[in-house]
Design a protein around this ligand. Structure first.
Ligand SMILES: O=c1[nH]c(=O)c2[nH]c(=O)[nH]c2[nH]1
Length: 301
């Protein structure tokens, strides 16, 4: 029997990089969580303890900080592309690099109705995500970029049904034609290329998904997810595929009749668990191959 080394990669996970732009008195802040993972000729490190090809994870940490200055953090995608290409192009043993980034947005504190120059509060909404994977050298080099967000908590207080479902001897759920539908949405999308206005596309996709969630009269969360993905693919040629994951944050009508109080869809118990977890991929039938685009490194995205 032979024991063999399977696929392997390594890097520095979750570097918490904060970049302040302070060229004028009005500062800007970018706050990210960046992970890098390298693939390549690293078998000797595993098999013999030979580190000669191993670019330390400590160096990868330093690169994440150095590039925040020299490349900048105007968009996480451009920063991620620069990092990934640096590893593959400039570090000989590296054959592939994956960069995963979470973007934590801040907004200016309001003082006397004006945005303050250098004081910020964390924005409570979703966290923007991206991943960049670069593999190969020269003309053979291939690049995959995904964008997305997590923790977009969204709720509609009507316009949602769930009825006509399959019933067996264990079914107790009552059909409903008017319920609260709420989720903490994770959405990821795969770009077809890198010639993309990253910020405008992100804002547009998020707005489109939120608006579809609002306007679709939903017969199930499954239908809502598919329609959100469809809307993005119809509007954005630069997107090949959308992946959605949505916990159904159940809101149960609280029984107030016991106290002689009427409750016509007004008071609910927001249950945190268990939750239905609905996931869907929505893809163009002619989408290019996903390659390693979805090979998550940190498991956080
Ligand atoms: O939108 C829903 N989809 C389901 O599959 C489901 N199952 C369930 O109990 N409630 C819901 N709601």
């Amino acid at each position: 029997m032979a024991i063999i080394l399977g696929s392997h990669r390594y890097g520095k996970a979750e570097n918490r990089v904060v970049r302040i732009y302070r060229d004028t008195a009005r500062h800007e802040i970018r706050d990210v969580n960046v992970s890098s993972a390298l693939k390549g000729d690293f078998a000797p490190a595993h098999l013999e303890g030979d580190q000669r090809n191993v670019l330390p994870t400590d160096t990868q940490k330093n690169m994440a900080y150095a590039y925040a200055k020299v490349v900048g953090l105007n968009t996480i995608e451009d920063y991620g592309l620069a990092l990934a290409r640096h590893y593959v192009d400039d570090v000989p043993p590296v054959e592939g690099a994956r960069i995963e980034i979470e973007d934590y947005p801040w907004e200016r504190v309001q003082v006397d109705g004006e945005g303050h120059d250098h004081t910020f509060v964390r924005k409570g909404q979703e966290t923007r995500l991206c991943s960049v994977t670069v593999e190969g050298i020269g003309d053979a080099q291939q690049t995959w970029v995904t964008g997305g967000f997590k923790d977009l908590v969204i709720l509609k207080s009507t316009g949602s049904e769930f009825a006509d479902f399959y019933v067996d001897e264990f079914t107790t759920l009552a059909p409903t034609h008017d319920r609260v539908m709420a989720t903490s949405l994770v959405a990821r999308w795969r770009f077809t290329g890198t010639d993309v206005d990253w910020d405008a596309t992100y804002a547009g996709i998020k707005a489109l998904m939120v608006s579809r969630f609002a306007t679709l009269h939903s017969l199930a969360l499954q239908q809502t997810l598919f329609e959100m993905g469809r809307a993005v693919l119809e509007a954005y040629d630069v997107v090949a595929e959308v992946r959605l994951s949505a916990p159904n944050k159940h809101h149960f009508l609280y029984d107030l009749e016991r106290f002689g109080i009427e409750n016509h869809g007004e008071v609910f118990h927001a249950d945190d668990r268990p939750y239905g977890l609905i996931q869907a991929q929505v893809t163009r039938d002619d989408a290019p191959d996903a390659g390693p685009a979805w090979d998550a490194y940190t498991g956080l995205v």
